[in-house]
Design a protein around this ligand. Structure first.
Ligand SMILES: C[S@@+](CC[C@H](N)C(=O)[O-])C[C@H]1O[C@@H](n2cnc3c(N)ncnc32)[C@H](O)[C@@H]1O
Length: 208
């Protein structure tokens, strides 16, 4: 991961603006209250955390990422913009905990994944771990690539090949997995397809 991002981190935000679509929609739709503790899993350069930290100065935002190269950008962003309510650490999505990784007594009030599920090989464990670290009755949000079934076949093929270069892969089993969790009484699921079926936002509210 670090090898891939060592150079990419310098132009990451500019290039991803054009194809990580739906991130701003998720940010604007998130249910956030003053005093909440909110985590982004796979926060990368901290682009989303900066927007949120500025918008909600009385809420605390946390980020974790597997890549220390990406986190160098996030740390620089936090320092240069004096974002006192933003805190990032190096940790794995599958293993972190609110207490050991972040020193928090209580689980998070919301957790979100923005285009990180498609990069995390064991995404099932990452979802399971996040549900463990989420307060009952609170939302887990995911924005990521959808199946693009309404796009032309040549577009789908080109996108898949392009994403593969960055170890990114559409997860066809993710939404059925969340539906199954809903059936098992773990929470309730709302899915919104975006830009036809380019991407989606899922909101999984953990059972109170
Ligand atoms: C495509 S980037 C998205 C960054 C950011 N969320 C955004 O919306 O701009 C995916 C991020 O997930 C991180 N990542 C991949 N696997 C991970 C894992 N197992 N645990 C934590 N982070 C991981 C990568 O290092 C990368 O920074």
């Amino acid at each position: 991961m670090d090898r891939m991002y060592r150079f990419q981190r310098h132009f990451y935000d500019l290039s991803r603006k054009y194809y990580l679509l739906g991130r701003d929609r998720l940010i604007s739709d998130m249910r956030i209250s003053e005093g909440d503790h909110i985590l982004e899993v796979g926060c990368g350069t901290g682009r989303n955390l900066e927007i949120l930290s500025r918008k909600y100065p009385d809420t605390r935002f946390y980020g974790l990422d597997a890549s220390s190269e990406m986190l160098r950008n996030a740390e620089r962003r936090k320092e240069s913009k004096a974002l006192r309510n933003m805190h990032v650490v190096r940790a794995l999505a599958e293993e972190y905990s609110h207490s050991d990784t972040f020193g928090l007594e209580d689980p998070f009030d919301a957790i979100f994944f923005s285009y990180s599920i498609s990069m995390i090989p064991d995404w099932e464990s990452a979802v399971e771990n996040s549900l463990r670290n989420l307060r009952n009755g609170c939302p887990l949000y995911i924005v990521d690539f959808f199946d693009q079934r309404s796009m032309p076949a040549w577009f789908r093929k080109a996108l898949v090949a392009w994403l593969k270069k960055f170890h990114v892969q559409y997860r066809p089993d993710l939404l059925p997995h969340l539906k199954q969790l809903e059936k098992n009484g773990k929470g309730s699921l709302k899915v919104t397809p975006l830009y036809k079926t380019y991407s989606f936002v899922a909101e999984f509210t953990k059972t109170p």
